[in-house]
Design a protein around this ligand. Structure first.
Ligand code: GDP
Ligand code: MG
Length: 495
């Protein structure tokens, strides 16, 4: 009864065939443009359409916009938004990012872990794929990635609980590894040399036996050497062909049998587009894969291949290649890929923001009181506006005795740039976030919120992290100062 009245007055809107029709079309075009397989695209769209019809449209957005967001969530889910990684002894994360307002836009990469056996001998990672896909390059990239130690305290503080415990408990000790690269592509002398050069450039040993040996023997001896030499991970580079053929598959099966890899990663060129579906199916059924690496994402491809790989094999994409250099490897982030495939990032962040406003509204009144006692983002904005209104920072600094000489102009314009960025981010925050900075610093949803805010303001997540840590420092300083003022200052306390 009440629902009917609300509905009739237009206070509550629902999604209907007609209201989502235009969005359906544009989403379909986006998916096909990204080279997602036609059947896959239609199946995805139909699923989302059926689940959307009759749903309430949240305040502040249109039915069309909400449909785009639902499609984004579907893509995210389908690319493993939170599924546990597959392969070897890898336990990895088990978090789920099923759409719920607090975790929208959450950028987790649960798949970017690789098997580690600790003292139980070296973990073996086998790379497979077509010629030119980027296997040899990926071998070097993986070796570098595994060799590095990674920890950024601010980034860790912005992780979800699941992510944090996963990182601290399993991923961190699994980096910093001793890696042995193995050259098992014997068909071209240049292939061995290529890996040797890569190895030298990142200071990782390469095991090779020339072009006369059998790939399965090479791989086995490499693992023996790793065991004897105290290496904990072996990355095996293999040969590829221009097309999938039985001889290649047979060789891969023999290598696999010889070393029983913990991971068999299919390396796929992102430009492969929808053909990635049949490619993945062929490798998975003939050899069996545990995951994939999608390369050359720095190119024009919008990444439709990612949808096919996961859709066909159910195996996670673990990493993406974003350039030719050994450091151009990134964990695979389903949410970034979903945005890339769908485009329409502005619509997605709009809906995310609107749904946060709605869920925020309930808690707002209670939070407001708490927040007043503290320095928040609104205060920050007021402060920085004040500075801007006084003229450029350089001008201000020159008026202050001493300061003008201490800071040079380039530093000052950097500060100004930082302030502009901060303002852009504050403008992308919800009202509640502005008044309650803990939501962006301590809360479980902090990471996804910062993600959304940086996306919304056209900045990188790293910018967001830097700003949060800067803000946190400032807040601590201000609270310390106000405490001291309350106690009559340090002199007063000492007296
Ligand atoms: P393989 O035959 O599978 O071993 O392929 P390679 O590793 O030799 O790579 C083939 C070419 O692709 C080389 O020129 C690489 O530099 C290039 N390549 C590999 N990965 C990437 C990537 O992520 N981005 C770009 N732009 N080029 C890549
Ligand atoms: Mg190669």
């Amino acid at each position: 009864m009440i629902l009917n009245i609300l509905f009739a007055r237009g206070l509550m809107r629902r999604m209907t065939e007609t209201s989502i029709q235009p969005a359906l079309k544009s989403v379909r075009r986006a998916l096909l443009d990204a080279d997602v397989n036609l059947d896959v695209a239609d199946a995805l769209i139909d699923g989302v359409r059926r689940r959307s019809l009759g749903r309430e449209v949240i305040k502040g957005v249109t039915a069309e916009q909400q449909f785009v967001k639902a499609m984004y969530d579907e893509l995210l889910d389908m690319m493993g938004g939170g599924a546990p990684p597959v392969g070897g002894n890898d336990d990895g994360a088990t978090g789920t990012t099923k759409a719920n307002p607090a975790s929208l836009g959450s950028s987790s990469s649960p798949a970017a872990t690789l098997a580690y056996r600790g003292p139980n001998g070296p973990a073996v990672i086998l790379l497979a794929g077509l010629q030119g896909a980027g296997k040899t390059t990926a071998a070097g990239k993986l070796a570098l990635y595994l060799k590095e130690r990674e920890i950024d305290p601010i980034a860790v503080s912005l992780m979800s609980d699941d992510e944090r415990s996963n990182t601290l408990a399993s991923r961190m000790p699994r980096r910093n590894r001793r890696v042995l690269l193995c050259a098992a592509d014997v068909y071209r002398p240049a292939a061995i040399e290529q890996l040797e050069i890569l190895g030298r450039s990142i200071d990782v040993d390469v095991f090779s036996m020339g072009t006369d040996a059998d790939p399965a023997d090479i791989a086995r001896l490499a693992v023996d050497k790793a065991r004897d030499g105290g290496y904990d991970t072996v990355v095996v580079d293999t040969a590829g062909r221009q097309v999938v053929d039985e001889e290649l598959m047979e060789e891969l099966r023999r290598v696999k049998k010889a070393v029983r890899p913990d991971e068999t990663l299919l390396v796929v060129d992102a430009m492969t587009g929808q053909a990635a579906a049949s490619l993945t199916a062929a490798f998975d059924s003939a050899v069996g894969i545990t995951g994939a690496i999608l390369t050359k994402l720095d190119g024009d491809s919008r990444g439709g291949a990612a949808v096919s790989i996961r859709g066909v094999s159910g195996k996670p994409i673990k990493f993406v290649g974003v350039g030719e250099r050994t450091q151009d490897l990134e964990p695979f982030y389903p949410d970034r890929m979903a945005s890339r495939i769908l485009g329409m990032g502005d619509v997605i962040s709009l809906v995310e923001k609107a749904s946060m406003e709605v869920s925020d509204a309930d808690a707002a009144r209670m939070q407001e009181k708490m927040a007043k006692a503290e320095f928040d983002f609104d205060d920050f904005m007021t402060q920085s506006r004040l500075v801007s209104s006084m003229g450029s920072m350089a001008g201000v600094a020159k008026m202050l005795p001493g300061l003008g000489n201490m800071i040079d102009n380039s530093q000052l314009s950097m500060v100004e740039k930082r302030i502009k960025r901060s303002e852009a981010m504050i403008c992308s925050m919800t009202k509640k976030e502005r008044a309650n900075p803990d939501l962006l610093l301590m809360d479980r949803s902090a990471r996804s919120r910062v993600m959304r805010i940086t996306k919304g303001s056209g900045l990188s997540f790293e910018d967001g992290v830097a700003f949060m840590s800067e803000f946190q420092k400032m807040r601590t300083m201000i609270s310390r100062m106000s405490k001291q003022a309350g106690m009559g200052g340090p002199e007063g306390a000492a007296a």
